[in-house]
Design a protein around this ligand. Structure first.
Ligand code: DAT
Length: 176
């Protein structure tokens, strides 16, 4: 089974991926994989990011859906790679803004990402692709709780994590 661990940059994917690895899960860092395998396309100056050819990446990875073992693929593009289950990590926009500023992102890059979080962009992309999708609010949760939430989803206890359970729209005016 291929599980995508995705979310807006800054929501905690790398942190959770590393904790999952420590627990013995097989976790593939998609961003590192793209760099190591020279799969970055042109640099988009306006958005301060590189494009990625998702079809090429998918072919390069050669992942088999519904495979017997559980492979977690982590990164903000992982939900585009035909996973069996997508888990979107979410974070309150104001907390996300602080995290991205601390990371040294430009004002425009912070704004683009916070707006994307407010608008549920990754959640909607995942749902549009027909993925089985769940979301976890990671804002005020420690790593152990988030791991336990992920394990709940993997064991079928999904009620608390249905898409639509997190709503940042009240913050819309603040960020647009
Ligand atoms: P991502 O990989 O999604 O870009 P990250 O794991 O690098 O995000 O986390 C971004 C920052 O937020 C980093 O400084 C660690 C911190 N962080 C991550 N998860 C957290 C959590 N559950 N509680 C508090 N801080 C967290």
């Amino acid at each position: 089974m291929i599980i995508a661990l995705t979310g807006t940059p800054g929501t905690g994917k790398t942190t959770i991926a590393s904790a999952l690895r420590e627990k013995g899960y097989d976790v593939l860092d998609i961003t590192a994989y793209i760099k190591e395998n020279d799969l970055l396309e042109e640099y988009d100056e306006k958005r301060d990011t590189h494009d990625v050819d998702v079809d090429k990446l998918k072919e390069h990875l050669g992942l088999q859906s519904n495979c017997e073992n559980t492979i977690i693929i982590e990164g903000h593009l992982s939900h585009l790679l035909s996973p069996d289950i997508t888990i979107v990590l979410r974070c309150s926009p104001s907390v996300l803004k602080d995290r991205l500023e601390k990371r040294g992102y430009s004002d425009s890059k912070v704004k683009e990402n916070v707006q994307s979080e407010v608008m549920d962009v990754i959640l909607c992309e995942s749902a549009d692709l027909g993925n089985e999708v769940f979301e976890i609010d990671c804002t005020d949760k420690g790593t152990n709780i988030i791991i336990s939430n992920i394990e709940d989803i993997l064991s079928g206890n999904t009620d608390m994590f249905m898409p639509g359970s997190i709503d940042w729209t009240k913050e819309m005016e603040k960020w647009f």
